[in-house]
Design a protein around this ligand. Sequence first.
Ligand code: ATP
Ligand code: MG
Length: 497
Amino acid sequence: MENKTFQVKILVIDDEQDIREGCERILSRMECKVVTAPDGAKGLNILETQDISIVLSDIKMPGISGLEVLSQITEKYKSVMVIMITGFSTVETAIEAMKKGAYDFVSKPFSPDQLRIVVKRAIEKLHLTWESQALKLEQQKNLADLETEQSRTRAIIETLPNGVLVTNMLNQIVLMNPVARKYLGLAADKGVGTQIQDCIEDKGFHDYIKSVSECKTDDQEGTIKSHELALSDERYILVQGRPITGEDNECLGTVINLSDITAMKVFDRLKSEFVSKVSHELRSPLSVIHEQLAMVMKGEILDESSDNQYILGRAKDKAKNLISLIGDLLDLSKIEAGSTGKEPEKIQLGDFIGKIVEFLNTEAVKKDQTLEFNLPEKELPEVKADPIALESVFGNLISNAIKYTPEKGKIVVSIETEDHNIKVKVKDSGFGIEQRHISRIFEKFYRIKDDNTRFINGTGLGLAIAKTLVNELKGDILVESKAGKGSLFTVLLPVSK
Ligand code: ATP
Ligand code: MG
């Protein structure tokens, strides 16, 4: 504590000039600042304007008496210490003054030493008071700091994007942020203060927290082991914890971090579904080809009989399907990576689709189907797109209509405009699609296998590709269909500005 910065200022009030001067001389040598006043009124004036710590006041003075001065000081200046100068051993007045709040007294006549001792005691007491005041201030400041620190930490924990949970050694939750509460679906009355087992049912989770508190979660490389919590609403939470250890390495509780990994899990599932679908699609044609090749090697089909030609022809078809499947997959991965490479061009959909219809008409003719193309009277606005992408979209929709419509059926392709969109409709009188399949036909590899479609070739990628391409152009594909009643596919494309 730095007290040296404070210089004690003493006021001496006495009507006797000798006493005033004597006191001033003695006290100045004690490194005090001294001011004097010849009577009570002047003394009180000085107190009002100057920062006085100790007052030495005569008891008997003309005008305001010493006791009156004392009572005014104790009332107005609580921290000022008053030492009374009493006349010729009037012990009673000294006692009375002490009762009224004087700190000490010194009797006239006094020696310089007597004065020094009394004043020194007062100064020491003053320093002690200052020290304790400074300590108190420091303490208050520390408390305020602590409070700000605590509320800051609280704010950080509350706003963390992850869930945070802290348990104590009795396995009770002692802290939990709103995200953790949300993840664990806890009611308002559950949480802080409750046993972890009462909040979360998952046994694996309890075991994990137990192993964290036993410090069993870090392997040699220091990676934290984790636990996956599967929630009832098909969400997955990754639980990672660390023990909180005390000075002797004893476990005081755990800190648990919760992160939502549902999206990652869904992605993982889709990835393995995709891999298994692709492998499935590749395996059956490859095994057919393998069989045929084995026959060729055994020399079983060396002549040019029509049976053998048929077997080899099937192998060739299978190989062709495989090549087209791989082509589709490559297209799809390019589209999904957003790199079809081509710069968009302004396209007149009337001419453009007309050509596709004309080209695919040969397929329709083979099945004795009518393929109609209707254009509106007025000129169509242009769309801005990569022509190869558009060809793939409409090519697939029209060839689907031909493929999934029996012989002698009817397919109508038409174009309409609406607000800022161009609508291309591909309507067929074919097999139609049952409601339960409609939401799935845009999935990769999804094909409906029933008596109508069993012998129709395809990979199930056409609509997936079309949908991705159309979405990329900020358009949409809509389907209306009923089993046995034909289908209507509508492509909405924004017109180019
Ligand atoms: P790909 O187009 O890759 O050669 P695909 O035609 O089987 O093969 P998609 O175009 O994605 O694949 O179509 C998926 C499935 O949706 C088809 O297998 C078929 O069952 C159904 N489907 C598509 N278009 C029609 C349609 N016009 N009428 C009836 N069913 C259809
Ligand atoms: Mg198709």
